[in-house]
Design a binder for this molecule. Structure first.
Ligand SMILES: *Cc1c(COP(=O)(O)O)cnc(C)c1O
Ligand SMILES: [Zn+2]
Length: 414
């Protein structure tokens, strides 16, 4: 890892050697950040080198990732998700250019496969045999899947509210699942205690500094897929804040190494019923005020975001904007993405898109903008929410007369 300089504390600035199991700052307990030697990366990478690589997975960006030279990252195929030009949706919204990055196609159907794939490589480097995390659901199912593919045991803590699809994934991947009767915050605290007690490898969001490095690969892909033409805005749904911070780090890495010459502005999208990061941003505050976890978008129902400071810094540095959306707006974005793009996202998965729609309505972004919206999780994970968004099908006895009646009642034109 000669291109990794240190793990630097974002609170006190202390520098730590990048050991595979280093989590928080040993001096102040603050969160760490992987700092690179960009001059060294710059010498070993170019647009042409990247474009000629055949590996479509996130590991095609190895020079930018904090893994040991001899590490074998093989496992599930993570990354390489499609970026669709959403022409019909852009026209419908009156937006110059809109792209949908569908990360719901990852092996366990969410963007969380990127950090989880990183977690299993680092756990292997650390010589661990058991990995644990707490999660609203997707970090859990992705860890369980990626760990199963590499033969690790997993202990997973999820709040009782986690959608059934995600719990089914966990059980299918052989995780030891603890469903906690409490909030995500309660779940996180119990997992932290258990990890300390039994010494498992820690895949908790924000606490493990390597995870964000997996997340940032989504930005590398966007840049390559747009032929290095960086969009004006990138919209991200925000819970703990690791995704938006990772997205920002990815673009900054490319900028620092001279592969791109423009940075996008971030659109941080949260649910009205749980928006502590956006609230602080809008008030110009840097103090976290916890909120209730009151939204249908379970993956971003995070009352005490673990990556509050990095997320806030990312939005500010990018000269970004913050948009809050209601559950109704999230459900409506689910339907409109499905109908106009054929992309089926879970509620938190489409929250970024709901934010783009709202930002346009509020004139926070101009109609002339180019925008990438991340879809972070697949809709099949949470069927109950999908049915709320889409309504029920026609349900009748097998009879043509009844079919005609039903079509008439729904205004189908025959
Ligand atoms: C985890 C998650 C997010 C948000 O990521 P954070 O790092 O928690 O901000 C958004 N959408 C989905 C589907 C997720 O699983
Ligand atoms: Zn520190």
């Amino acid at each position: 890892m000669k291109h990794v300089q240190s793990l630097t504390c974002i609170r006190c600035g202390a520098e730590h050697a990048p050991r595979p199991d280093t989590c928080t700052c040993s001096q102040c307990g603050g969160l760490l950040e992987v700092v690179y030697d960009y001059a060294s990366i710059r010498c070993s990478i170019s647009r042409a080198i990247l474009e000629n690589r055949r590996d479509p997975s996130m590991w095609r960006y190895r020079e930018f990732l904090p893994i040991a030279k001899e590490s074998d990252p093989s496992g599930l195929r993570v990354g390489g998700s499609p970026l669709y030009k959403a022409v019909r949706l852009a026209d419908h919204l009156g937006l110059a250019a809109l792209y949908i990055k569908d990360d719901g196609i990852n092996p366990t159907a969410s963007l969380k496969d990127r950090p989880s794939a990183m977690a299993v490589v680092k756990a292997a480097e650390a010589g661990a045999d058991t990995i644990a995390c707490s999660s609203t659901g997707n970090a859990a199912s992705s860890l369980a899947g990626n760990a199963a593919a590499r033969g690790f045991k997993t202990y997973i803590f999820v709040p009782e509210r986690a959608p059934k699809g995600k719990v089914a994934q966990l059980l299918m991947f052989g995780a030891q699942v603890v469903s906690v009767k409490g909030s995500y915050e309660d779940t996180f605290r119990l997992s932290a205690e258990a990890i300390q007690r039994w010494g498992w490898y820690n895949r908790n969001a924000a606490i493990n500094p390597y995870l964000m490095e997996g997340k940032k690969t989504v930005s590398f892909e966007i840049a390559e897929q747009l032929n290095w033409q960086i969009p004006d805005y990138v919209a991200v749904s925000v819970g703990d804040g690791c995704t938006i911070a990772g997205v920002w780090k990815g673009f900054k890495d490319l900028y620092e190494t001279g592969l791109i010459h423009k940075l996008p502005r971030l659109i941080s999208v949260q649910a009205e019923g749980c928006c502590p990061i956006n609230k602080a941003f809008s008030e110009g505050s840097s103090t976290l005020v916890p909120m209730e976890e009151n939204t249908i978008a379970d993956s971003i129902a995070v009352g005490v975001p673990r990556n509050f400071h990095k997320a806030l810094r990312a939005i500010r540095e990018s000269d970004g904007i913050a948009v809050n959306v209601s559950d109704g707006e999230i459900l409506s974005a689910m339907q409109v993405l499905g109908k106009t793009c054929g992309v089926f996202g879970e509620p938190a998965g489409v929250t970024g898109t709901a934010g783009v729609i709202k930002a346009l309505q509020l004139k926070l972004i101009p109609a002339s903008a180019s925008v990438v919206s991340l879809v972070t999780g697949n809709g099949l994970k949470d069927i109950a929410a999908a049915i709320r968004a889409a309504g029920a099908p026609i349900c009748i006895e097998p009879d043509m007369g009844l079919l005609l009646q039903a079509f008439k009642a729904r205004g189908v034109p025959f």
